[in-house]
Every structure is written in C-alpha cells, then in structure tokens.
Design a protein around this ligand. Structure first.
Ligand SMILES: NC(=O)c1ccc[n+]([C@@H]2O[C@H](COP(=O)([O-])OP(=O)(O)OC[C@H]3O[C@@H](n4cnc5c(N)ncnc54)[C@H](OP(=O)(O)O)[C@@H]3O)[C@@H](O)[C@H]2O)c1
Length: 249
C-alpha cells in the first residue's frame, strides 16, 4: 500500500496537502514545530523532529512509508539532507517539491552572498537601517554589526529580548504584498534589505518593494543539498505520485 510522508512548513506543502487529501491519499503531514500555531492541515499531522537520520529511517520503516515528499523551505537544508540519507537507507522513494529561486528584475540592486556571514560582511559598520527578513534563526550573528538598526519580521512574538541592541520586531505571517512591504520599509526608514533566496510569490514582495524604493538588497544563496529528484509544483508531485505510487491521480 502507498503511504506518503509530506515534510512541510511552506505554502507549497499546504497546497500539496490539499491535493493529497482531495485525492484520498494515505498521507501524513509533518511539521518541525517551530511556530506556535502552525496552519491546520487536511491530513493527519505529526509535529517535531524525527531524531536525525536514524530516527527518520526508523519512522519510515515503522509507519510503512513508501514515498517521501520533501516540501520544506529551501533553507531547511538539515531536514533535506536527512531525508536524502534516510530514504536511501530505508529504500523509500523521495522527491523534493522546491520553488525556483528568485532572479533579479531590471532596476534591482542585489548583492548575492553565500551565507549569513557573507550578509553580515556586506552591511555597513553603522548607521544603516536594515530590514532583516530572515526569520528568527541567525539574528544574533548580526550583533557583529551592532551599529545598525534592525527591523525583524517574525511569526511569533519573541520570548526573549532581541539579541541586537537597536532592533524592533513586527509580528506577521505571510504571504505579503508589495504595497504593504513598501509601506513597512518607508515607515521604518529602511536603507538595506537582507533576505534569503527562498523563492515564492508571497515572500518576493519585499524584493519588489525594495526595487520600487531603490533600496539595496543583500540576498543569501541557498545552502547545498545532495542530489535528489526535484519537482517545482504540487501538481507535478501529484503526477509523479500517480505514476510512481499508482495513486490514481
Ligand atoms: N529555514 C527557513 O528559512 C525556513 C523558512 C520558512 C519555513 N521553514 C520551515 O521551518 C521548519 C524548520 O526549518 P529549519 O530551517 O529549522 O530546518 P532544518 O535546520 O533543516 O532542520 C533542523 C531539524 O528540525 C527538524 N525538522 C525540520 N523540518 C521538519 C519537518 N517538516 N518535520 C519534522 N521535523 C523537521 C529535523 O529534526 P530531526 O533531525 O530531529 O529530525 C531537522 O533535522 C521546516 O519545516 C521548514 O520548512 C524554514
């Protein structure tokens, strides 16, 4: 029998969950448990890590999983690497549902960097007003450039004081639009935007808003993941499952 594990945490994963539920597929949705109120899914849902590669391989065997769809965020590379290794170990088919990265539109001013350290280096020493649109992880790294103001956008209110001396958090959950992001940046007199190249329409708004305002963007490239089958839409994954897993879709 076909049984699918869908590794989620993205808009695309939620889209695929709806399609799988609509097709009557036998599937489990998995959240890391990073946010306090994850969006409810139309599939049985589990929350929390598996315990590395051995834990995931055990889970796949114990639950009789035949197919894994990795629809995690492109920067959730630890989970994606684990999925490649555990699926190989357990003999389970794996496909990644990955949104394409953003490409620079005319008139934009982007500096591409490899990682968080590169983004920190690319910022001025002091005096900049930075929209740090990278979520809650890695924020403390920017303390190395403590002379700047930082605006954070977080899904949940922070439990601890922000690890930066001059910072403010807005609490909001995407998708976002260009008009809203433009107004946010103007209100906070932003001079620089730091973002991860996550891809996707809702998260792109900040880049288009920066372009409209003539602001420089420091864009962090995606971390590397071992070779695996990659598809770019929920519909393509359904077609692959229909073929591979005889889902009848
Ligand atoms: N990183 C981002 O910028 C970003 C942005 C938006 C959404 N997200 C979502 O947030 C979640 C965590 O991201 P991350 O960057 O912390 O990931 P990560 O660094 O790759 O993952 C760290 C650990 O978290 C657990 N984990 C991650 N995703 C999981 C899932 N869907 N189900 C069960 N366990 C999961 C795994 O723990 P074990 O080793 O114990 O199995 C994994 O080894 C992901 O689901 C991702 O899609 C991340």
């Amino acid at each position: 029998m076909t049984r699918i594990l869908l590794l989620g945490g993205t808009t695309e994963a939620s889209t695929l969950a709806r399609l799988l539920a609509g097709a009557g597929a036998e599937a489990v949705f998995s959240y890391a448990g990073r946010t306090e109120r994850p969006a409810p899914q139309p599939l049985p849902t589990r929350v929390g890590g598996f315990g590395g590669v051995p834990g995931l391989a055990d889970y796949l065997r114990d639950e009789g999983i035949t197919h894994v769809v990795d629809a995690t965020h492109p920067f959730a590379a630890g989970m994606s690497r684990n999925a490649v290794a555990a699926c190989a170990e357990a003999g389970v088919a794996l496909v990644a549902l990955e949104r394409p990265g953003w490409t620079e539109a005319g008139g934009a001013c982007w500096t591409r960097v490899d990682d968080i350290a590169g983004a920190v280096s690319a910022l001025p020493e002091r005096g900049a007003r930075v929209f740090l649109a990278i979520g809650k992880q890695n924020v403390a790294d920017f303390a190395a450039k403590a002379g700047n103001f930082y605006l954070l956008r977080l899904v949940d209110p922070p439990k601890d004081p922000l690890p930066l001396p001059d910072a403010e958090a807005v609490i909001a959950r995407g998708p976002f639009d260009v008009a809203g992001d433009r107004a946010l940046m103007q209100h906070h007199r932003i001079t620089h935007v730091v973002a991860k190249n996550g891809g996707g329409a809702g998260a792109r708004a900040k880049l288009d808003a920066a372009r409209a305002l003539g602001l420089p963007v420091i864009l962090i490239d995606r971390p590397a993941v071992p070779p695996r089958k990659v598809l770019h839409s929920a519909e393509a994954v359904m077609a692959w499952l229909g073929h591979e897993a005889d889902l009848g879709v």
